[in-house]
Design a protein around this ligand. Structure first.
Ligand code: CA
Length: 217
């Protein structure tokens, strides 16, 4: 999953970026509203964390303009907790709202909930055949036994399982799993998929030549 953080406080931006990358998310950042809006309009992020008080263009302005073209889930971060702000945020098209200072575990839980909601998933557990994935614990089991996956493999599997039954193109995988700082070569995708097949069964992920990958749901 790929997240855009639009936040002008350098310390908060840095610590959020590190925390989200530790959780396995691909993370891009913007330190003002104009740059943030440009990135948000260019890339299909899975979630955008949007600060309200921003230089150049504030969070309300970013959200208002973004909603003309994209439905990307937006979690707004604000310093003030007033019902007027909450109402304004929801009316402008924010999907969730968190007041600073916030606890990291709560932010992470809300991010996961937003991602689940967007993909139409109601629980944290997805089961396909003998493979079960828990998006809260970020764990995977096969026939009840824990499967050790790298962070990249987990991200890839989670994305494919949330889109089960659909062919997910390589382009979509690159857009959703790698951030701007990632210099990973394209052929690594095949390597990850091949390693995952060894762990999850050879037929679990099918390759659609010229199209992408698919997990039948
Ligand atoms: Ca700010």
């Amino acid at each position: 999953m790929r997240i855009l953080i639009i936040e002008d406080e350098p310390d908060l931006l840095r610590s959020l970026t590190m925390a989200l990358r530790d959780e396995g998310y691909a993370v891009d950042t913007a330190a003002n509203g104009e740059d943030g809006l440009f990135s948000a309009e260019s890339i299909a992020y899975d979630v955008i964390l949007l600060d309200v008080m921003l230089p150049k263009l504030d969070g309300w302005g970013v959200l208002q303009r973004l909603r003309k073209t994209r439905k990307t889930p937006v979690l707004m971060l604000t310093a003030r907790d007033t019902s007027r702000d909450r109402v304004r945020g929801l009316d402008t098209g924010a999907d969730d709202y968190l007041v600073k200072p916030f606890d990291l575990p709560e932010l992470l839980a809300r991010l996961r909930a937003l991602i689940r909601r967007t993909s139409g998933q109601t629980t944290t557990r997805i089961e396909i055949g003998e493979v079960a994935l828990d998006t809260a614990a970020r764990s995977v089991t096969r026939a009840g036994a824990l499967v050790e996956l790298t962070a990249r493999e987990y991200g890839l599997l989670e994305y494919l399982m949330l889109h089960r039954g659909q062919v997910v193109t390589r382009t979509a995988l690159y857009e959703h799993l790698f951030d701007e700082d990632d210099s990973t070569l394209s052929n690594l995708l095949d390597v990850h998929v091949s390693n995952m097949r060894k762990k999850l069964g050879h037929d679990f992920i099918t390759t659609r030549r010229g199209h992408g990958y698919c997990i039948e749901g």
